[in-house]
Ligand binder design. Structure first.
Ligand code: SF4
Length: 503
């Protein structure tokens, strides 16, 4: 794994526009913003209620974070343990270093079992590697079965949220997609009618298609089990009805022991959908004669994860359990929705995971898609300090990507030089006061020329005052009555003396 010849892809992020450019048209889409705001408000409210009633929530977060940190430290051992246990139970484990290799393995398995169509449980990892498109190129049809994914797939759209992919669509928009794609011209926007239509559409596929593809919320090293949690029951159908089950999972999905599930099955549903427990929790261990799929394969995917693991300051990115809570609370995501991130991973976690998976070659605008307000860290069930990682990545971008002649880099170097010495700082203040006069009007700066104009276009900027506080204070101290006993005056005189001796 992690050889030099790997080609890492994360959905279409490699060719995506910068976040700033992609966000502009989305900010003008009032309907989309309304849908995103409403949906994230509802989920956040529900999350608040179920987290509030859990007295040991902070302890659970600490435990979840500690398990993840421990697992990553011994990841190689736990992965091998998982492989051994899964194989012993009748499963097959495959290792994929990148997206292309994972797609080749899965396409090969589908052909090996003479399939030309598959049913899928919602999996972010398959979106990451572009599995549906790769299968289509091999003549294999993939049917999504999660309701939101069905909406996205039938609408020819892209997922905009890692838990609720169609959160940017409202009922009327869903009705229109179903009317057209399911040939139901009289369908109303009543939620019951819409779900009944989806059920009819999906049932036929559940009963016909013989190969299922899933992701994994957790891989349990101790037992070789795959755990999938979901709310609709489509996952249970995909896990039990087909003859062949193929699970694709990032290597960071490993947890050491079965009993660790106790922590994560409390953290995940509360954070993801505001539920105390997911309606369906499925655990799959190998094959069982006469019961469920008779062929079970797990594809373990690297695709840049070992690179993240190697960076101690960003490694916590791999703790993520894909709950989506950081998206719902993020003031930036709530304005733009997920499409602006140009990747299957959106929101704060997308802003750190996509550029790192892509080895910082693409997606450099994403770490800047944050106000660093810290709301994502507050809600993260495994305590990923996303703002800390964002700042670390911004530092890497500046160090690794920008030339020494980049105007911003030059400006920062100059600022460091000036702020590093009091003499230079005071000289710069004096120079600034003289240089600014053609640009000052009534104590405020007029719009600045060139690149600096971007700053004054949207902000008011005060002109440098003619006297600094220290200069004013020094003068006042000098003018004060000699021998006065007032304490402030003594302090001012001392300051003036210090200043003189510094100079
Ligand atoms: S970073 Fe934390 S809050 Fe965001 S999706 Fe991952 S686990 Fe959830």
């Amino acid at each position: 794994m992690g050889s030099l010849s790997v080609t890492i892809r994360v959905s279409e992020a490699e060719h995506a526009q910068s976040f700033q450019k992609a966000a502009l048209p989305l900010l003008e889409d009032a309907q989309l913003r309304k849908n995103v705001r409403h949906a994230t408000d509802v989920i956040q409210h529900k999350r608040g209620l179920v987290v509030g009633e859990t007295p040991d929530w902070q302890e659970l977060r600490t435990a979840g974070s500690a398990i993840k940190a421990h697992t990553l430290r011994y990841l190689d051992q736990y992965l091998l343990q998982f492989e051994k246990a899964c194989t012993a139970a009748g499963g097959h484990v495959h290792w994929a270093s990148d997206a292309d290799e994972a797609n080749r393995i899965i396409g090969g398995l589908v052909k090996q079992y003479s399939g030309n169509e598959v049913i899928k449980i919602k999996t972010m990892t398959s979106e990451e590697i572009g599995l549906n498109e790769a299968l289509e190129r091999d003549g294999i049809r993939a049917y999504e079965t999660d309701l939101a994914e069905v909406i996205v797939q039938l609408g020819g759209d892209k997922s905009s949220h890692i838990v609720a992919p169609a959160l940017h669509k409202n009922r009327n928009q869903v009705r229109d997609i179903f009317r057209e794609k399911m040939n139901l011209p009289t369908l109303s926007n009543d939620p019951e009618e819409l779900t009944a239509a989806a059920r009819r559409y999906l049932r036929e596929k559940f009963l016909r298609v013989k190969i299922g593809i899933s992701g994994a919320n957790f891989l349990i090293a101790e037992t070789g089990s795959v755990c999938i949690v979901e709310s609709e029951g489509n996952g249970r159908m995909c896990l039990t009805l087909p003859n062949v089950l193929i699970a694709i999972a990032g290597i960071e999905k490993i947890i050491p022991r079965f009993e660790d599930m106790e922590i994560f099955l409390q953290l995940l549903p509360r954070s993801a959908t505001g539920e105390r427990m997911n309606p369906y929790n499925s655990l799959w261990t190998g094959v069982h004669k006469g019961d469920g799929p008779q062929h079970f394969h797990v594809v373990l995917l690297d695709n840049g994860r070992t690179g993240i693991l190697a960076d101690p300051e960003a490694r916590q990115t791999l703790y993520c359990i894909r709950c989506g809570a950081c998206l719902n609370t993020c003031p930036v995501y709530r304005q733009t929705g997920g499409h602006a991130y140009g990747s299957s991973y959106s929101g704060p976690i997308g802003a750190i995971v996509t550029p790192q998976l892509l080895q910082m070659r693409q997606g450099q605008s994403l770490p800047y898609a944050s106000s660093l307000c810290g709301a994502c860290y507050e809600v993260c069930p495994v305590k990923i300090n996303i703002p800390e990682v964002l700042i670390h990545l911004r530092g890497r971008i500046v160090r690794e990507q920008k030339s020494a002649l980049d105007p911003e880099a030059l400006a920062m170097k100059t600022a460091a030089l000036i702020f590093g010495s009091r003499t230079r700082f005071e000289a710069a203040q004096r120079l600034g006061r003289i240089a600014q006069w053609p640009l000052v009007s009534d104590g405020w700066m007029r719009p600045l020329p060139g690149m600096l104009g971007n700053w004054t276009k949207v902000r008011d900027l005060r002109a440098l005052p003619q006297q600094t506080f220290r200069e004013w204070w020094k003068l006042r101290a000098k003018l004060g009555p000699a021998g006065s006993g007032s304490a402030p005056l003594h302090a001012a005189r001392k300051l003036a003396e210090d200043d003189n001796s510094d100079a």
